[in-house]
Design a protein around this ligand. Structure first.
Ligand code: DGL
Length: 268
């Protein structure tokens, strides 16, 4: 039997990555682990996030996964190297792909990053972008309120626009032409971020979704299913806490209702 792909995130936001993988590789079986009991990771110390990331990875290994996708930017920023050295399967994070896509998209060489405080403090996007091209100017800013706004489904209108204006101000001052969404939750606010950034800058800006960029990286690793053998892959969701509002929040990130999905609460 084909082995599944393991994906983990601090919570439900990484379902945006699971959704992008399902769209591109519809025959793959996925096991998603959301550490909903310990979210958010973005405000915690690097040492704590590394510890949590190892626990998530080990739990997914017990499902005999063939590949691990670290969908959480914060965990990718501080724990990817540790996971890659511990695991003997490929481990893919979201930062390298997002950084590469940002470098490819920019014309001016001025790239903005929006991410959690933990990801910004890790400097992981700057390092990844400079590995691609060391002439790039990178401006990384934390945008913490975007996480609860995405969870609330409050992604358009005056409140998210106000938050966007505040967070994007320094990126507009830096005159970036590309903004990488370096957090699982931010793609839900992509339209608002795009509009407000263009207003502040006075010109259009390219928005890079690191979830989408990660899927493009997986094309190098995954073998396409032979024609005639395609069957829709399964999605299993493991969560460390199953709150009452789970279905409402999860369906927004996943882009489909969660009824009928295999969802299980686990202890780590
Ligand atoms: N998943 C986190 C990330 O992509 C965002 C939410 C959190 O802070 O845990 O950085």
């Amino acid at each position: 039997m084909a082995k599944p792909i393991g994906i983990f995130d601090s919570g439900l936001g990484g379902l945006t990555v699971a959704r992008a993988i399902r769209t591109a590789f519809s025959t793959e079986d996925l096991v998603y682990l959301g550490d909903t009991a310990r979210v958010p990771y973005g405000t915690r110390s690097a040492g704590t996030v590394v510890k949590y990331a190892i626990a998530c990875a080990e739990r997914l290994l017990s499902s005999d996964i063939k590949l691990l996708v670290v969908a959480c930017n914060t965990a990718s920023g501080v724990a990817l190297g540790e996971l890659q050295s511990r695991l003997d399967i490929p481990v893919v994070g979201v930062i390298e792909p997002g950084a590469r896509a940002g470098v490819k998209a920019t014309r001016s060489g001025r790239i903005g990053i929006l991410a959690t405080a933990g990801t910004v403090a890790s400097g992981a996007y700057e390092r990844a972008i400079h590995r691609e091209n060391d002439t790039m100017n990178v401006f990384a800013r934390p945008a913490p309120l975007f996480v609860p706004l995405a969870e609330e489904g409050w992604v358009t209108g005056e409140v998210p626009r106000l938050a966007a204006r505040r967070y994007l101000g320094p990126l507009a001052d830096a005159d970036v032409d590309t903004i990488v969404l370096g957090c699982t939750h931010y793609p839900l606010l992509s339209k608002t971020i795009h509009e407000v950034a263009a207003e502040l800058l006075g010109h259009d800006v390219t928005i890079v979704d690191s979830a989408q960029a990660t899927v493009e990286t997986l094309t190098d690793i995954l073998t396409p299913t032979p024609p005639g053998l395609e069957l829709p892959g399964s999605l299993r969701i493991l969560v460390t806490d199953l709150p009452g509002q789970f279905g409402f929040a999860a369906s927004r990130f996943l882009g489909q209702p969660t009824q009928g999905l295999d969802i299980q609460a686990i202890d780590l």
